[in-house]
Design a protein around this ligand. Structure first.
Ligand code: MOS
Length: 706
């Protein structure tokens, strides 16, 4: 078993972001603003029809406009390779194979790139470019019973369907039965910094300065698409203003590479906020059905969770909303199932807590409904149904802190005083209520490499292809490295966001810090051993280039015992519902998490509360409305797409219980996504407690409350 590294003072101590000053003073430069000589600017043109073929791209007039250098489209673009397996064996989404054919599979599909001397000239020409289409009928409406519904193939380690026991027989034996349908709308991650890339050929290598969640990942995808040796491609992403799952390989990098290759000069492509609504993925809408059957004491005989989501006609992406049921509760008969419908829409993608975010809304609302029907406190009902081993896998849990979170949260939230009867508390025109829900998200690590160089001046430089997408990853890794090297943080310099640093996990799946931390600790251990270091004091005679040790965690991770590895949390919310307007105000929220050892309490708290704020958004505001007639989105900007603003966010508290992972050298589990999980259910359950009405359809808009 891995020994968990003892605390030496850096890990566990609040530390402001190392690059924080650079960020707030503007010294930190992002991909869309780094200066390049001879820079040209590309502007994407997106389809205005939802299905059909491009009849013509009328580029003649546009090529005469001032500053225009080129118009790329399906008639003249270079061919790219799409027959390969990329990250986790996944095939590339043809959405990034730009301009390869005349078919239009959705509204907002990239049909051309206009390149000009300035961004303004490119934009003007792009808006003037006439594209003619042969339009075909389209279907953008996800609904239960859609004739195109099918069960997708199993993903590695994630079967589409799991089943044990006899559902109907156990339902017949159940004293209390609940069957309910829940739905969540299409939701969008629209990071503060839009996607942006600058590509250029430099010294025989392709260099792409980009905003992404993993420079090696994007490098590999670009090398595959353009049939280049990965060593001849370098991707740099020093600062990233948000990602949330959307910042992998996207149209902007591919467009920039095509144009830079054609023009043999640097080309920058920046997405507009409106373009992000169709080019960078989103969370599929879901239609979910939960069936629960229980004995009178609340013990589950039946847990069935079925979830329908959508994908595009060009690529299969599944939002695995039935996943939380595979972790949280066991039952005599247990079934989780995913279904898909392929529609004329952009391909959805990973969006913070893919699966768990919408899935927990349905499951944790249903558990609350069941508790009410049984006349049992919802926390107590959950406590009675905690599995000893994975309900599907049968594997032991690597720590399961759910009940600890509920107990601590209940104490701090004042749950014991709660009268469970709904609709009783009134304050003027407000009805008040409280609710709770469980949170869970998988913990894990992916093989990564790191290098640490000891320098003659007594400092250490860590190089790792990590990404800091605003989470504070760079700072967390500095704390981990300092403790692993037995020195203060002032002697450690962590460099990230450069694919030349070698293979490493991207910032995703809540696995970044664990994956990278393990690699850094392994390199630090090797360095301390090689130099016989005690307390980080370097011996005499370190050469000018320093002494470097490298690590690769592939073997160590393969040797880890198979277990159910998850972070947990308990979400609590208090709401007030205006009986005259239907408005729901969240008055306070508390989240208590068991999510492994917390590396940097300052940024960890921000991660948790950031997720909880998103949960408020999900519960009350977010809803991308797809227009059936045009197939496009209504209000595809941050004015029309409603998110929680400061005034919507009340007293918000997040804290954690000690829960180091026994199989991770730093005790890490992962905190990136769990903050949003269960948050919407806690709010919906509180709305029920306030009003006596169940809302099974998100968002809980005023017009739906009245
Ligand atoms: Mo996350 S949705 O894996 O960036």
């Amino acid at each position: 078993m891995t020994a968990v590294t003892p605390l030496r003072g850096a890990v566990g101590t609040a530390h402001t972001r190392i690059e924080g000053r650079d960020k707030v003073t503007g010294a930190a430069r992002y991909a869309g603003e780094l200066p390049f000589a001879e820079l040209a600017h590309g502007w994407l043109v997106l389809s205005t029809v939802a299905r059909g073929h491009i009849r013509s791209v009328e580029d003649g007039a546009v090529l005469e406009l001032p500053g225009v250098l080129a118009v790329l489209h399906h008639g003249n673009a270079p061919r790219v390779e799409t027959d390969y397996s990329g990250l986790m064996g996944m095939r590339p989404d043809p959405s990034v194979a730009l301009f390869q054919h005349d078919r239009v599979p959705c509204a907002g599909w990239p049909v051309a790139l206009v390149v000009a001397e300035t961004s303004e000239q490119a934009r003007e020409a792009a808006e003037a470019l006439e594209v003619r289409y042969d339009e075909e009928p389209h279907d953008v409406g996800l609904r239960t019973g859609h004739p195109g519904t099918y069960t997708p193939a199993d993903a590695p380690h994630a079967p589409a369907v799991t089943a044990k026991g006899d559902l109907e027989a156990e339902l017949a034996r159940s004293t209390v039965v609940l069957e309910a349908e829940y739905s969540t709308p299409e939701e969008h991650h629209n990071s503060m910094e839009p996607h942006a890339a600058t590509a250029r050929w430099e010294g025989g290598r392709l260099e792409v300065v980009d905003s992404n969640q993993g420079a090696v990942w994007v490098r590999n995808e670009l090398a595959n698409l353009f049939s280049l040796d990965p060593g001849s491609v370098r991707v740099l992403s020093e600062h990233v203003g948000g990602g949330f799952g959307s910042k992998g390989v996207r149209a902007h990098q591919v467009a920039a590479v095509m144009a830079a290759t054609l023009l043999q000069r640097p080309v920058r492509v920046v997405l507009t906020r409106r373009q992000m609504f169709s080019l960078v993925g989103y969370r599929s809408p879901t239609a979910q059905r939960v069936r629960l059957g229980a004995d009178a004491d609340g013990r589950l005989r039946v847990l069935e969770h079925q979830a329908l989501s959508q994908s595009s006609t060009v690529y299969e992406f599944l939002e695995p909303s039935a996943a939380p049921g595979r972790v949280l509760y066991d039952a005599v008969a247990h079934r989780t199932a995913h279904e898909l419908v392929r529609l004329d829409v952009p391909t959805p993608t990973f969006m913070r807590a893919p699966g768990e975010a919408p899935g927990s809304f349905a499951l944790e609302s249903a558990i609350d409904e069941l508790a009410e029907k049984c006349g049992i406190d919802p926390i107590e009902l959950r406590a009675r149904n905690l599995p000893e081993a994975g309900p599907v896998s049968g594997l032991p849990y690597a720590g399961r802190g759910l009940l600890t979170c509920f107990r601590e949260g209940a104490r701090r939230f004042g749950w014991a005083d709660r009268d469970p009867r709904p609709g009783l508390r009134r304050e003027g025109h407000w009805l008040l209520g409280t609710g709770t829900a469980a949170a869970t998200f998988p913990a894990g690590a992916v093989p990564s490499t790191a290098a640490i160089t000891a320098q003659a001046d007594g400092t250490y430089t860590v190089r790792i292809t990590a990404a800091d997408i605003g989470t504070g990853a760079r700072t967390a890794l500095t704390l981990i490295a300092a403790d692993a090297l037995h020195v203060g943080t002032d002697r450690v310099h962590v460099l990230i966001g450069d694919s030349d640093f070698g293979p490493a996990m991207m910032a995703g799946g809540s696995m970044g810090t664990s994956s990278w931390g393990r690699a850094i600790i392994a390199a630090a251990d090797a360095l301390r051993e090689r130099l016989a270091l005690t307390d980080g004091v370097l011996p005499e005679g370190i050469p000018p280039e320093g002494i470097t040790e490298r690590s690769d965690t592939t073997a160590a991770l393969a040797a880890r015992p198979p277990k159910e590895r998850h972070s947990y949390g308990a979400q609590f919310a208090e709401v007030a519902v205006d009986v005259s307007t239907g408005e729901v105000r969240v008055r306070r929220m508390l989240g208590i998490f068991a999510a492994g050892r917390i590396i940097n309490p300052l940024t960890a708290r921000a991660q948790f509360t950031g997720g909880m704020v998103w949960g408020i958004s999900m519960a009350l505001h977010e809803e991308a409305v797809r227009d059936r007639a045009s197939g496009g989105l209504v209000g595809n900007d941050l004015a029309g797409y409603h998110i929680a603003a400061h005034a919507d966010v009340p007293a918000l508290e997040a804290d954690w219980v000690d829960d180091p992972d026994p199989d991770d050298p730093a005790g890490i589990k992962g905190i990136g996504e769990i903050g949003i999980v269960g948050a919407a259910a806690a709010i919906a359950n509180a709305v029920h407690h306030a009003t006596g009405v169940r809302h099974r359809r998100l968002p809980i808009r005023p017009d739906r409350v009245l």
